[in-house]
Ligand binder design. Structure first.
Ligand code: ZN
Ligand code: ZN
Length: 685
């Protein structure tokens, strides 16, 4: 049977036994309650009925046949990950205290109760509140040790502000200290004196009893979510420099030895080769300087394999690499940090590294297998930092064994399909910059970053919409699974009912500094304001008036459409979810864009062109002209259509009338291509 027996409830009454006044029916059998439940029988009978009527999915009453042959009735919990229904919450709240003597209420029941009472729109925007609470929590737990200033290495060229030092201290702690937190279970002892079960702290989920509940060792890393502009990059680089991987742990003796073994067998031939030695490379080219794989002895192009003259490691082809990594179940150990960012800011990382660290680090820009270059895992592992972006990772997923399609397998391969070397390296650290990019769990990039093997996992982001995907990435799936549990703690926080559970779950994995909290440490000079007033030309003011009107209408329409069903009438911007807010505020985004770069939409001007008022006028004119022409054309085609209908109905005078109107239209507007009059063969008339 799938599921956990929570408590034994009743014994079967054998068919031949005389009627017992306390017996009840369940299924096809007659039952009497166990002694210890006699006093609660009324309540339990109600619960049994409720569960049966509602066809509950998690809490179920069942009869089980025992070894002796007789049956007993039990309450059991099915191991499903569907959400508990409201009725199950209700039943659970009623019945669990009867069955478990040490049951002391549970958060999910309380939250369900609260929700009913408050009836608040749930997706409220409470992120700021969470950040503030978390900031306070961190302030309380920060020890004196961490407050002392950091011993930054000489190579680091920049000064860190006080708050940045606190951030770096926390990050170092997350990488260097082993943190354990208690598991999210509590033990419950059933009233039958026999069963013991584990219950999830925050949801209606039970697990078989275990004598020792292991603590959760938090994986090193976390989510760095300092507010935009506070210098997350420099904080990350300081941490990177201060906690390098111990040299001994990535000497890769195993791989050196393997490669040596292969190259001992056959001397490496780089010289001229005979024609029969076909090239089997990741490209389809025939010519080019070649290099031979030490293991399978097939030939590849030197340029495709990015072989440098200085490399003293024997070459092994991509196929042999993936085969060996798979069979040996061993990765190439590396002290490198791989940083994945949106394409647009990849080079910023590159520049920042050179700016803040001198002598600089060994940095590789990885362009992916789509660029037709293979970088061996061994070479990748030699760098300090490997920079790549989400677009590259998205393509790289097609170079993982799981994604090999049938088509590629059926035909004989003419060229080698390499697997991504990124997955053959055990990185010291992986960092997702602008990690909200992978919040949609299903995207290929998200899939790929989750697969990257790494010891320390970091997500860096200034804006968080959804925490669970990020928590999963940094190795804390237990926080958001089962989803019921996450929702309970999340709601408890949002309803301002109990905030501590959420903060406890997040304190070791999320760090956020807000500008408002550290303003005094920023040392920013006071703001000055200089106003320049510009006179708009007639054309410009016409243009902006129209844009403003459009924006106004679109905004009101969006508000009406998306907030109509909002139960809370006084809903202000702060209570709207960020996703919805983005939709509603879209017209503003557009008018802001048109104000900085006036682009007439639907025209073929690229959005980066600045328009001179003269050009703007010309564009507006041509836009209007096009609109008129479209109208004219539809007018003409209506006449044309009408004429044709009369023609078919043999009402020739009417048909002629409309054809004449059409010709007149064409004449008046001197427009050639509107007068494509129908031509019908004379024989039909
Ligand atoms: Zn090639
Ligand atoms: Zn090979």
């Amino acid at each position: 049977m799938d599921g956990v027996v929570l408590c034994e409830i009743a014994d079967e009454v054998l068919p031949e036994s005389p009627e017992d006044p306390t017996e009840f029916r369940f299924g096809k059998r007659r039952w009497v309650f166990k002694d210890y439940l006699i006093e609660h029988q009324e309540e339990i009978l109600i619960c049994i009925e409720k569960c049966q009527n509602a066809r509950t999915r998690k809490l179920k009453f069942r009869s089980i046949r025992q070894e002796s042959g007789s049956c007993i009735l039990v309450l059991c919990h099915e191991q499903t990950h569907v959400r508990a229904r409201d009725i199950e919450m209700e039943v659970g709240e009623q019945i669990l205290p009867l069955f478990f003597k040490d049951f002391r209420g549970s958060l999910e029941f309380e939250v369900a109760q609260q929700e009913k009472e408050h009836k608040r729109p749930l997706k409220t925007y409470v992120t700021t509140k969470l950040y503030d609470a978390l900031y306070e929590k961190h302030r309380q737990t920060i020890n004196v040790e961490q407050e002392r200033s950091l011993d930054l290495p000489k190579r680091f060229q920049s000064q860190l502000r006080k708050y940045q030092q606190r951030t770096v201290s926390w990050m170092l702690g997350r990488e260097q200290q082993i943190t354990q937190v208690p598991a999210n279970f509590i033990v419950l002892h059933a009233i039958d004196g026999r069963s013991r079960v584990l219950k999830h702290k925050y949801c209606l989920q039970f697990y078989p009893f275990e004598e020792e509940i292991p603590k959760i060792s938090l994986p090193p890393g976390g989510i760095l979510a300092d507010e935009m502009g506070l210098g997350k990059t420099v904080e990350f680089l300081a941490m990177l420099l201060m906690n390098p991987r111990p040299q001994d742990s990535y000497r890769n003796d195993y791989w050196h030895q393997r490669l040596e073994e292969f190259s001992d067998e056959v001397p490496l031939k780089r010289a001229r080769i005979s024609k029969k030695d076909e090239v089997f490379c990741i490209c389809t080219k025939k010519h080019g300087k070649r290099v031979q794989c030490t293991k399978c002895h097939r030939w590849q192009h030197e340029i495709c394999m990015t072989i440098s003259d200085t490399s003293d490691v024997p070459h092994m082809c991509p196929s042999c690499w993936s085969e060996l990594v798979k069979s040996g179940e061993r990765l190439v150990e590396s002290g490198a940090t791989i940083i994945v960012s949106p394409n647009a800011i990849k080079m910023q990382w590159f520049e920042e590294i050179h700016k803040h660290i001198s002598p600089s680090l060994k940095v590789l820009l990885y362009f992916g297998l789509h660029s037709s270059f293979w970088v061996s895992p061994f070479d990748l592992a030699q760098y300090d930092v490997v920079l790549t972006d989400y677009t590259i990772l998205r393509n790289e997923i097609y170079h993982t064994t799981d994604f090999k399609s049938d088509r590629q397998m059926r035909h004989q391969q003419r060229y080698m399909r390499p697997n991504s070397p990124l997955l053959m390296v055990n990185w010291w650290r992986v960092c997702l910059d602008e990690a909200q990019m992978v919040e949609s769990n299903t995207s290929a990039a998200a899939e790929m970053v989750r697969m990257l093997p790494a010891i320390n996992r970091w997500a860096v982001t200034g804006t968080i919409d959804e925490l669970p995907p990020l928590l999963e990435f940094v190795g804390r799936p237990e926080v958001c699974r089962p989803p019921d549990a996450w929702q309970t703690v999340d709601k408890a926080f949002q309803l301002n009912y109990k905030c501590e559970p959420l903060l406890e779950l997040l304190e070791h994995s999320l760090w956020r500094t807000c500008k408002s909290k550290v303003e005094h440490e920023l040392g920013i000079p006071p703001q000055t304001e200089v106003v320049h007033r510009l006179e708009l030309s007639n054309v410009e003011s016409l243009y902006y008036r129209e844009e403003h009107l459009k924006c106004h209408e679109q905004f009101l329409a969006a508000v009406a459409k998306h907030t109509r069903h909002n139960a809370d009438n006084s809903s202000c911007l702060a209570s709207i979810s960020p996703q919805l807010l983005r939709i509603i505020l879209k017209p503003f985004l557009r008018i802001r864009q048109t104000c900085s770069v006036p682009v007439v939409f639907n025209s073929n001007v690229s959005s980066t062109d600045y328009l001179h008022p003269q050009d703007l006028l010309a564009r507006l004119k041509s836009n209007n002209e096009n609109e008129c022409k479209t109208e004219l054309r539809s007018w003409a085609s209506s006449y044309n259509g009408l004429a044709a209908i009369y023609f078919i109905k043999n009402d020739f005078p009417q048909a002629i009338k409309y054809y004449n109107l059409l010709l007149k239209l064409a004449n008046e507007y001197n427009e050639q291509n509107i007068s494509q009059v129908h031509w019908l063969p004379l024989s039909t008339s």
